[in-house]
Design a protein. Structure first.
Length: 432
């Protein structure tokens, strides 16, 4: 046995269809094994609240070992995990192919799935994990102004168990699809060797349509043929974090035909939210390893700046940027890091003249729902503070590939520096 992993980490398929996956006794045995190894290492203590909770449970037990922790308290560790995957990607020395075979995020996902199968989820958690359903209802009934106002009422936040200080994403009556109505699903905007189909995402459609319109503008400026994928379902990440694997599978099947059709026409698939890219690129292939169509979609799915870097390598990226001094705190989103594509956004933004990029790689602590819930908001602030402290009086923008993370950092930052998507910054520098 070797100490630590000297090879690149690999991940095994998620065995969610095996009945033993949901066996609580087997789950607890595996959690005890992994928790004992984590207790002896403790490298991940600074990443999120799961590890401090675990280590406090151990240290406060009679034996001061994992065997002294009541298994009923294991769920406290699970509840603080929001599947950012950073422990797996950046800290743990015992990930496969090491013989100890630790995949902490997938173990937490299994525990969430067991809990969901046994107890389901609260109405609040179900609502928060259904962004497309809520967003579609708000936009179709043109209730955005009313809902945005109501989300700031104390009684609404108490009812939904949202923290009174949390930043709640706003809704828009004019969705991305409406703003880009001239871009029909079959319309190719230019004749080009480079073709991209955009998976709009729930957040891009209903909460921040500007990132989608800006993405289209940047791609068109680089003479890329663009189409919007219509009638898609949520990527499933919010349901995955809830442990509702069956809903994830249902969404995947609904999306598969639409995405596969675009892939077969020679399109790359792109989404402006890293979590959605990760879902199609990594998570679904691990959950459905025998589904060749899912694998084909995964191979065609790209991060926006991964694709712009591809264009740059081909020598066709437009680099005629505005020359103006700009200082940016660039936060690299966790779910982009887990894609293991490198710092593509930083590489492309570095092409802009007179730009200063200060890189922050720690988690923002937001997660999408963790950063708004009453019980976890303060932990989300604690996790995100080290990133927010990197903002200086010279910082013009906080930029993150995950706009929710960027907005959370800006929200907890005392200097009140605006947050924008890097695609929006690129559009500004193109003078579009």
């Amino acid at each position: 046995m070797q100490e630590g992993n000297l090879q690149a980490p690999t991940r095994h398929p998620l065995d969610w269809q095996n009945p033993s996956f949901y066996d609580e006794e087997l789950l607890h045995n595996e959690m005890e094994r992994v928790f004992d190894l984590c207790h002896g290492c403790r490298r991940c203590v600074s990443l999120c609240q799961s590890f401090p909770v675990l280590f406090d449970l151990v240290d406060d037990s009679k034996t001061m070992e994992v065997d002294g922790v009541d298994k009923k308290n294991y769920q406290k560790v699970v509840d603080e995990c929001f599947l950012c995957d950073l422990c797996y990607m950046t800290k743990c020395p015992y990930t496969p192919p090491h013989e100890w075979n630790i995949d902490f995020p997938h173990l937490m996902l299994r525990a969430k799935a067991v809990q969901f199968k046994q107890k389901g989820a609260s109405i609040t958690n179900q609502l928060l994990a259904s962004p497309q359903l809520v967003g579609k209802m708000v936009s179709s009934l043109k209730l955005a102004k009313i809902v945005n106002k109501m989300n700031n009422f104390n009684w609404v936040r108490k009812l939904l168990k949202l923290h009174p200080q949390a930043l709640i994403p706003k809704y828009h009556n004019k969705t991305a699809t409406k703003l880009l109505s001239k871009l029909s699903s079959e319309h190719k905007t230019v004749q080009s060797d480079y073709k991209v189909a955009i998976f709009i995402t729930c957040y891009g459609q209903h909460n921040d349509p500007q990132i989608v319109t800006d993405l289209v503008a940047v791609l068109q400026h680089n003479e890329v043929a663009v189409q919007l994928l219509q009638r898609t379902q949520c990527c499933g990440m919010p349901k995955l974090e809830l442990g509702d694997i069956q809903s994830v599978m249902d969404y995947a099947q609904q999306n598969k035909t639409i995405l596969l059709d675009a892939v077969n026409q020679g399109y790359k698939i792109m989404a402006p939210i890293p979590s959605c890219v990760l879902m199609f690129k990594n998570e679904l292939p691990m959950m459905l390893p025998a589904d060749k169509d899912i694998q084909k979609i995964a191979n065609a799915f790209v991060d926006p700046f991964e694709y712009l870097d591809f264009l740059n390598d081909k020598g066709v990226l437009n680099t005629d940027f505005e020359n103006q001094e700009t200082e940016v705190l660039y936060h690299m989103a966790c779910h982009q890091r887990v894609q293991n594509i490198g710092t593509k956004t930083k590489k492309i933004l570095s092409l802009i003249p007179d730009i200063t990029l200060n890189l922050a790689t720690r988690c923002s602590g937001h997660d999408g729902t963790y950063g708004v819930k009453k019980h976890s908001y303060e932990f989300a602030v604690k996790i995100g503070k080290p990133v927010a402290k990197k903002v200086t009086e010279k910082t013009d923008y906080i930029v993150s590939d995950c706009v929710m993370a960027g907005n959370h950092i800006a929200h907890i930052n005392e200097d009140k520096v605006p947050s924008i998507h890097p695609i929006t910054l690129l559009k500004q520098k193109y003078r579009l």
